[in-house]
Design a protein around this ligand. Structure first.
Ligand SMILES: Cc1cc2nc3c(=O)[nH]c(=O)nc-3n(C[C@H](O)[C@H](O)[C@H](O)COP(=O)(O)OP(=O)(O)OC[C@H]3O[C@@H](n4cnc5c(N)ncnc54)[C@H](O)[C@@H]3O)c2cc1C
Length: 124
């Protein structure tokens, strides 16, 4: 089956995966974390209004009803565009993952306007 690999399950990756839930494709979501972080509510966690678990549900739980989707935990460390293959490092163990279509969603940067502690908050 045609395999779509989505790297990163932030807003972009998660919405892409959900949009493909009924598509006749195999969807593989890869991320170096096992939770989807809802970044806009980080302030509420920092100020103690919410707990971490309230804004970071396990991605496998979020996507559990999508029969065509599986989640791979690991950091993408290499990309071979010619061979359509990714290298994924999962706690020191490297595996290769082939794809027909690739969507990467890993390059977001934020501006913290030099607010004290702002970057630390974003980095977790
Ligand atoms: C405190 C805060 C408040 C915000 N408030 C708002 C708001 O009110 N409204 C608004 O519109 N936006 C807001 N934003 C911005 C918004 O959250 C981001 O624009 C959005 O989350 C970006 O989504 P994304 O999917 O592009 O990237 P991200 O959510 O950053 O997801 C990228 C994913 O890629 C993964 N990843 C990265 N590199 C690799 C790799 N090599 N291998 C595997 N996985 C990798 C990461 O683990 C991550 O899960 C806020 C951001 C912050 C920090």
């Amino acid at each position: 089956m045609h395999r779509v690999v989505i790297v990163g399950h932030g807003f972009a990756g998660l919405f892409a995966a959900k949009a493909l839930r009924r598509a006749p494709v195999e969807v593989v979501v890869v991320d170096r974390t096992n939770h989807h972080l809802f970044q806009p509510l980080l302030y509420q966690v920092a100020t103690g209004v919410l707990s971490e678990g309230d804004i970071a549900p396990p991605i496998r739980n979020v996507l559990r009803h999508q029969r065509n989707t599986r989640v791979v935990l690991g950091e993408v460390t290499d990309l071979d565009v010619d061979d359509r293959r990714l290298t994924v490092d999962t706690v020191g163990r490297e595996t290769e993952l082939s794809y027909d279509r690739l969507m990467t969603n890993i390059a977001v940067t934020g501006a913290t306007f030099d607010v004290d502690g702002g970057q630390q908050l974003v980095d977790g």
